[in-house]
Design a protein around this ligand. Structure first.
Ligand SMILES: Cc1cc2nc3c(=O)[nH]c(=O)nc-3n(C[C@H](O)[C@H](O)[C@H](O)COP(=O)(O)OP(=O)(O)OC[C@H]3O[C@@H](n4cnc5c(N)ncnc54)[C@H](O)[C@@H]3O)c2cc1C
Length: 464
């Protein structure tokens, strides 16, 4: 499995028109709502704005093309996860509120499937659930803890199941599997097809998407782009990890890179070994997160953390490719599935996701300033961005629903530390996670390093 011949664009982009194909903004315009960023957050917000008020004049300005950001690059896990886990949500807001938020996330997974079917968006949606396998006794104890916590929030077998060795290996034929947890509320999707299908759907509803139109600055009421000004009653910032590049927002959210690889299509007999017959997405309980999915056309898309944080929250195209991290992903993939050694890695890529300082996502509408935003999903943004976009649209149109009182509404984040503390802290956290994995693998015991790392706060529940 050699990475040197792999294409360096996302696997998902092969199936869609992944270039600028829409017009730029040319000159100044007035609209009711302008959305910055054509990813899941911006597009779902536009979709629901037009559902709630078809007369609204909505424009989206995108610096590159639809799906250029994380929405066109991710692992395609459409799952129900709060970045810090259910326990933290309950500690922050109380048990009942935490359960309400959790149920809204469950519904969001189903809504993505329901609405894409209704709109004729073929995004390979398959609700096979999420499988977390345990490959050591220590990991099995993490699985039991996770299951016990879920039960304490009233979840039952229709939501989550603790798997014994037979059940787990039947779902995933990876090496050393001794058990695991299966979560029902998760679907595998093709992110490229979803984001492009959604863009076409909002255009059918009358939304204009301007591509190749970078926003240089914004205030409530006005957005300045390279090609003209957009005046509106409400700006919606839907730029997730990229928000750090806007003036005055460098410490607002950290862009953290997640990297992926994809294999060539694998033959049926290999899939007979590996399993994932319902296209369950999968991970295990290591500290430095890995995630995979069996794609609808029989490839294995596999990703993980470990790419460094870049000084000053910078984002560059070159950061998408990292030989060390991509090679490590291949090593881990072969450790899980040695039978893949004869198959080619056809694609490798990466991209930035957004991490707020307190790891708590937010959906915020400031009517007095005319600015809204949603994000900070910490790598759990596929179905969460749907819920966020829907909630933004409800808040902007003044529509009261059960979502508009969820605890993340109008949550404000503390700022990240200035450099060099940010660089030191984040990269130390990543190094600790890696070192904790090595130590846990060696000793079979929980490593304190995992607790020290900033990134480990939601260890057993994190999917990035
Ligand atoms: C490799 C990877 C794997 C991931 N895997 C998963 C997963 O399996 N499951 C999951 O739930 N989450 C996953 N995530 C996270 C998830 O993809 C994101 O949380 C989600 O897509 C965020 O959507 P968004 O629309 O808010 O942001 P984005 O999709 O990042 O969209 C932001 C858009 O804003 C545009 N933009 C930025 N700056 C400007 C500007 N100045 N002017 C105009 N436009 C601008 C960008 O070009 C981009 O198109 C992953 C992320 C990555 C990078």
């Amino acid at each position: 499995m050699d990475i040197s011949g792999a294409t360096t664009t996302p696997y998902w982009w092969d199936a869609v028109d992944s270039e600028v194909s829409r017009r730029q903004l040319s000159g100044d315009i007035d609209v009711d709502v302008v959305i910055i960023g054509a990813g899941f957050t911006g597009l779902w917000c536009a979709y629901y704005l037009k559902q709630l008020d078809p007369g609204l004049n909505v424009a989206i300005v995108e610096k590159s093309h639809v799906g250029f950001g994380a929405s066109g690059r991710n692992g395609g896990w459409c799952h129900a996860e709060y970045p810090l886990g259910q326990g933290q949500l309950a500690e922050d807001h109380g048990r009942e509120t935490a359960i309400r938020h959790m149920r809204a996330l469950f519904t969001s997974v189903d809504d993505v499937g329901r609405i894409t079917a209704m709109e004729g968006i073929d995004c390979d949606y398959a609700k096979g659930g999420v499988l977390s396998v345990a490959r050591t006794e220590l990991q099995a104890s993490y699985a039991r803890e996770e299951f016990a916590e879920a039960e304490s929030f009233g979840l039952g077998p229709e939501d989550i199941r603790l798997l014994d060795v037979e059940e787990a290996t039947e779902m995933l034929g990876a090496t050393d599997v001794i058990g695991g947890v299966w979560h029902a509320h998760g679907a595998a999707i093709h992110p490229g097809k979803l984001v492009h299908g959604l863009a076409a759907a909002v255009e059918d509803l009358g939304v204009t998407i301007y591509e190749d139109t970078e926003v240089l600055n914004l205030t409530g009421g006005t957005v300045w782009t390279k090609h003209g000004k957009v005046r509106s009653d409400m700006n919606v910032l839907a730029t997730e990890g990229y928000t750090s590049q806007l003036p005055g927002r460098a410490r607002w959210i950290v862009p953290l890179y997640s990297l992926m690889i994809a294999t060539e299509p694998l033959p049926d007999d290999v899939w007979d070994d590996i399993g994932l017959s319902d296209r369950q997405t999968f991970t295990d309980y290591r500290n430095l997160i890995i995630y995979g999915q069996r794609t609808a056309d029989g490839c294995l898309a596999f990703g993980g953390r470990g790419a460094p944080y870049h000084w000053g929250s910078s984002i560059e195209d070159g950061f998408d490719i990292n030989d060390d991290v991509h090679s490590e992903l291949v090593r881990v993939l072969l450790d899980l599935f040695p039978q893949l050694s004869d198959y080619a890695i056809t694609h490798r890529w990466g991209g930035p996701l957004g991490v707020p300082r307190d790891w708590r996502p937010s959906v915020t509408v400031d009517r007095s300033k005319g600015i809204s935003w949603a994000g900070g999903y910490v790598g759990d943004g596929v179905s969460t961005a749907h819920l966020a976009g829907q909630t933004l649209a409800e808040l902007i149109t003044g529509t009261e629903t059960e979502r508009t009182t969820l605890p993340w509404v109008n949550h404000s984040w503390p700022k990240w530390e200035p450099e060099p503390f940010r660089w030191i802290g984040i990269n130390a956290g990543l190094a600790l996670a890696k070192s904790a994995d090595q130590s846990e693998q060696r000793t079979g015991k929980h490593s304190r390093k995992a607790d020290l790392g900033l990134w480990m706060r939601g260890r057993s529940r994190r999917r990035v």
